[in-house]
Design a protein around this ligand. Structure first.
Ligand code: DGT
Ligand code: CA
Ligand code: CA
Length: 568
């Protein structure tokens, strides 16, 4: 049995190889299928077993057959065959900026480079610049991008692709009737953007049957350790999952302890000691007597603190704030009324305006901003003034007939010199403008900062898209001078975006917290490229919460008409 992630990488590998072989169309089909698979909230084997493969976006008969083969045998014969001919680690190379499949193949042919380690050796030895099609400058750039990749690559999984899967495991455990309580703890409960494993805590009168049930679930690929109170399994999704069974009277203490994070716990324990108490996963003790343990509230309160949401527990000042009763009242997930970043197939999305709007309505959103790319981003089929005009007419007539409202938006390229990609006139017709830098990013931090600030000062953008431009596990954020950027945002009342798309999770929470001190407000966006992506808006809200934002700091808590007023 494999996983969605593994399958998606294999499909992408096939696409890369077909690209090298100069095959038309097919690579695109495989890439679309890979994207679909990686974005699924359930296991691909389940979709297959339910006979629903062909209902998936972009999956036709031939790719469905490959998936069938994969689910049944863990292998795809087409992949195995192609991979023999091209034994290259495309999966890693895809994550290195500027290392497309054709360049990877050129390096393989010239120097036998198959892996990241091979590449590093070649770059360090200055061997790339002599290869045809490369030069000193591209070697230099490759070196930078490779370093960036090496700095951030990790085995952690992205929360957005695991959270529904984990919740469905919890649901199954709850429904089994073998547990009195089942809860998620650890980094997932804190809604950290990446997770190392899944931590589950439970109360059960029948721990052994409970553990049996757990270790035999479909999601389980193998057992690491199995005992009556703690079992660790390897999940098909590519991470491990711990389940611990605890006595009822310790459950709060265990939730507190296993939610963490570690630094938060260490500080709490010190506070306990300073009060002559002892804190561990079984409770808060004076000598041998437990004085708290059943609930988390109890623990915090006996330590002289207000309880805080798990998202705040990163030891970044929340303990002090809790002691002084000045914790912020952070924004609630259900206070987010709409999504301010989404694409349709007019640019690089997969669904139509109507499909996106109806999916958003089903999610309970009151509005979405359609923010398709602008013309200078041809890889994303960016729209020019004329196409925006046509699309906006369509949006107007849609809004007349529907409850859910669409804001006429754009994800507008901030060009190399800081000027904007659409004419002022055409920007006037829009409701929400997201300024974004996607190209020419190999400038110095100072130049990039000035470029962005020029756009912020233009008075023509509402928010800055995914401000650091990091891609988790692939590349570091831009080396911007965020103090200057934040000052400019504050002065011009320009928002910063929190992009909830799992790989981006950008602005990161520590910078959100900093920006809040500049009295900057925020827009949240899922950056949806298909209907299934709207669930990522919740992740943007999680980052807002982890950055201590309150309702008034987040403009998605405003009604549609109020959001429209922002663009005056
Ligand atoms: P992860 O799994 O890397 O995404 O991050 P966590 O925070 O889920 O960490 P994990 O799974 O190693 O442990 C779960 C929680 O258990 C952690 O947040 C805090 C607590 N914990 C783990 N190790 C220690 C420790 O050495 N000391 C204390 N006080 N708490 C710990
Ligand atoms: Ca964990
Ligand atoms: Ca763990």
């Amino acid at each position: 049995m494999g996983s969605n992630k593994d399958l998606s990488e294999k499909l992408n590998d096939i696409a890369d190889i077909l690209d090298i072989e100069g095959v038309k169309w097919e690579p695109r089909a495989y890439r679309t299928a890979a994207l679909t698979v990686s974005g699924l909230s359930e296991d691909i084997s389940k979709v297959y077993q339910e006979g629903k493969l062909l209902e998936l976006e972009g999956i036709g008969k031939s790719i469905a057959n490959s998936i069938k083969e994969y689910v049944e045998s863990g292998k795809i014969s087409k992949y195995e065959k192609l991979k023999k001919k091209y034994p290259i680690d495309f999966e890693s190379f895809r994550k290195i900026r500027g290392m497309g499949p054709k360049r990877a193949y050129a390096l393989y042919k010239a120097l036998g480079i198959k892996t990241v380690e091979d590449l590093k050796k070649a770059v360090d030895g200055g061997k790339i610049q002599n290869i045809e099609g490369f030069g000193e400058k591209s070697e230099e750039e490759l070196k930078k991008n490779l370093e960036s990749f090496m700095n951030v690559k990790s085995d952690r999984l992205l929360l957005g692709y695991v959270i529904d899967y984990a919740n469905s495991i919890v649901e199954k455990l709850r429904k089994s009737g073998l547990f009195e309580r089942v809860e998620i703890a650890g980094s997932m409960r804190r809604m950290r953007e990446t997770i190392g494993d899944i931590d589950i805590l439970a109360i059960s009168e029948k721990p052994e049957s409970g553990m049996d049930f757990f270790s035999k679930m479909d999601e389980v690929k193998g057992i690491v350790v199995k005992g009556p109170t703690k079992t660790t399994v390897e999940l098909s999704i590519g991470t491990t999952c711990d389940i611990r069974i605890l006595p009822r009277e310790s459950f709060g203490a265990a939730m507190q302890y296993f939610t963490g994070n570690k630094d938060h716990n260490v500080k709490l324990r010190k506070i306990a000691i300073s009060k002559g108490l002892k804190l561990n996963e079984y409770g808060l003790f004076r000598g041998k007597d437990s004085i708290a343990g059943k609930s988390e509230e109890e623990i915090y309160s006996r330590l002289g603190m207000d309880i805080m949401p798990p998202e705040l527990r990163e030891n970044t000042g929340e303990i002090e704030a809790a002691q002084e009763h000045r914790l912020p009242k952070i924004v609630n997930y259900n206070e987010i009324l709409g999504d301010l970043h989404a694409h349709t197939k007019d640019s690089d999305g997969m669904n139509s305006l109507e499909e996106m709007a109806s999916a958003a309505e089903k999610m309970g959103f009151k509005y979405i901003a359609l923010t398709n790319h602008s013309k200078s981003l041809p890889v994303a089929h960016g729209l020019d003034e004329k196409r925006f005009l046509e699309l906006n007419k369509k949006i107007d007539s849609f809004n007349e007939k529907n409850n859910i409202k669409i804001l006429k938006g754009v994800e507008l390229e901030i060009l190399k010199d800081g000027s904007l990609d659409l004419k002022n006139d055409s920007l006037k017709g829009l409701d929400f403008v997201i300024g974004a830098m996607h190209q020419n990013l190999n400038m110095s931090g100072k130049e990039l900062t000035n470029r962005l600030i020029k756009a912020i000062n233009s008075g023509n953008i509402n928010t800055v898209a995914h401000p650091t431009d990091r891609i988790i596990g692939q590349r570091e954020g831009l080396k911007l001078d965020f103090e200057k950027v934040m000052e400019a945002c504050q002065k011009n009342q320009v928002l910063l975006e929190i992009d909830g798309y799992p790989e981006r999770s950008d602005l990161p929470f520590d910078l959100v917290k900093k920006a809040k001190d500049y009295a900057i407000k925020f827009s949240l966006g899922s950056d949806s490229h298909r209907t299934e992506h709207f669930r990522f808006l919740n992740l943007a809200c999680a980052i807002a919460r982890r950055g201590w934002l309150e309702k008034r700091d987040v403009i998605n808590t405003l009604e549609y008409k109020e959001v429209l007023k922002l663009r005056r």
